[in-house]
Design a protein around this ligand. Structure first.
Ligand SMILES: [Zn+2]
Length: 414
């Protein structure tokens, strides 16, 4: 039987071991992260299992089943600096509970648990371990990456016994498991479930992201001597574009999946109170669950930027910054997840995930689905991150139920 209380007390124990007054400090590849993993290895050993590491530093526990097919469960134990107690550990220790429950006898197919290395992207590359296991890690790009203190990615990995050049060998290992499903429990890290008064939700996919730098170029001029109709104000064109992008995201939002856009960086030149901005750069981040919707949003934003540029007598250039494709989850697993959540909570709201997760990488390889526990006030990546224990218990029970249903489902398919 699932013991959700045990999972919660394990998470509290881990938090106490690896946090300071500022929050969780399980930053990947550091001493505190190694301590967290050693603690986890002890929990696994107490169940009579062993932890193995793949070439990318991901930690695996495998329970052999009656068939060579495998259901993969897991999440990550690493945190951002000054992080919370639930982002990662909820999914990892929920998966450990699934191993305890469904691994107590030989399961119908293999059950593999994974703790992905460096999900949080200490070196600016999110999903490092799962990207390597998915065969999607760009080694050359990773070799150039360093953290905010100037430590190189390759050096930090080497210090932990991981050779960056061989990291994608992890993909060969994962493929050899004949993986048929990936299931991840996580906190929502957003306010949607709370806003509809629900504790647990079914995630239908992770958003695609299109991130661009827009550079508006006008003419700097004296703030007093230049009449408004004669200005070439790059900032005003950028500001009007930002407002229009908000409307574009509103227009493309539906009840099942909102669309999002954010202007998180604004930079003007010459940046003095007495000059009309001659140049303005903004970073535009657009997200949607449907690839066609996302493409339409980018096109509309581009047209809007050109219109407002021309109205303000300036020009605009677009430069791509980063993008990831939308990753809708598997419809069969989404249905199983709905059933599991409904049986525990009486209802199964669907929602998309705004953040990317390791499940985003796994969904490219095999059917995948995620389950979310609500995040009151949407707070995450900070020490205030919290979820009421009653909601956590429901989510853990629904997740362990989903793992059982998925083991049977995978056993019954060819
Ligand atoms: Zn996470």
């Amino acid at each position: 039987m699932t013991d959700a209380r045990r999972v919660i007390s394990d998470m509290r124990e881990l938090a106490a071991l690896t946090s300071t007054a500022d929050g969780a400090q399980r930053v990947a590849w550091t001493a505190t992260w190694r301590e967290a993993r050693a603690w986890f290895t002890g929990k696994v050993a107490a169940l009579g299992h062993a932890v193995e590491h793949d070439a990318a530093g991901n930690a695996w526990v495998t329970v052999p089943g009656h068939s060579s097919k495998t259901v993969v469960v897991g999440s990550h134990i690493d945190s951002v600096p000054n992080g919370g107690w639930l982002d990662g550990p909820l999914g990892l220790l929920g998966a450990l509970e699934a191993v305890r429950v469904h691994g107590s006898h030989t399961p119908p197919v293999n059950l593999a648990l994974v703790d992905w290395a460096d999900e949080e992207g200490r070196f600016g590359l999110s999903l490092l371990g799962s990207s390597a296991a998915a065969g999607q890690l760009n080694i050359a790009e990773a070799a150039r990456a360093s953290d905010r203190h100037g430590t190189g990615l390759a050096d930090a990995l080497a210090e932990n016994g991981v050779s960056l050049d061989r990291a994608t060998d992890a993909h060969v290992r994962l493929s050899s498991l004949n993986p048929r499903a990936y299931l991840e429990l996580h906190i929502e890290q957003g306010p949607v479930l709370q806003s509809i008064g629900r504790s647990v939700g079914v995630v239908v996919g992770t958003f695609g992201v299109e991130r661009h730098i827009l550079r508006f170029i006008g003419q700097a001029a004296h703030a007093g001597s230049t009449p408004i109709p004669l200005r070439h104000d790059a900032f005003l064109a950028a500001a009007q574009t930002a407002l229009e992008c908000r409307d574009i995201a509103r227009r493309h939002s539906t009840r099942e999946a909102h669309a999002a856009c954010t202007v998180g960086v604004v930079d003007v030149e010459p940046k003095i109170p007495t000059a009309v901005p001659g140049v303005c750069e903004i970073a535009l981040d657009q997200r949607a669950l449907d690839g066609r919707v996302l493409a339409a949003m980018v096109l509309e934003a581009r047209q809007a930027s050109e219109r407002f540029a021309s109205e303000n007598g300036v020009s605009v250039e677009w430069r791509p910054l980063w993008s990831v494709e939308p990753r809708p989850f598997d419809s069969t697993l989404v249905r199983l997840c709905e059933e599991a959540v409904r049986e525990e909570t009486g209802d199964a709201p669907r929602l998309p995930s705004g953040p990317v997760h390791d499940a985003t990488r796994m969904a490219a390889l095999m059917p995948a689905v995620m389950m979310f526990a609500c995040s009151p006030n949407g707070l995450s990546h900070c020490k205030e991150e919290d979820t009421p224990e009653a909601a956590l218990e429901q989510a853990i029970r629904a997740y362990v139920r989903l793992v059982g249903m998925t083991l049977n489902h995978v056993a019954s398919t060819a």
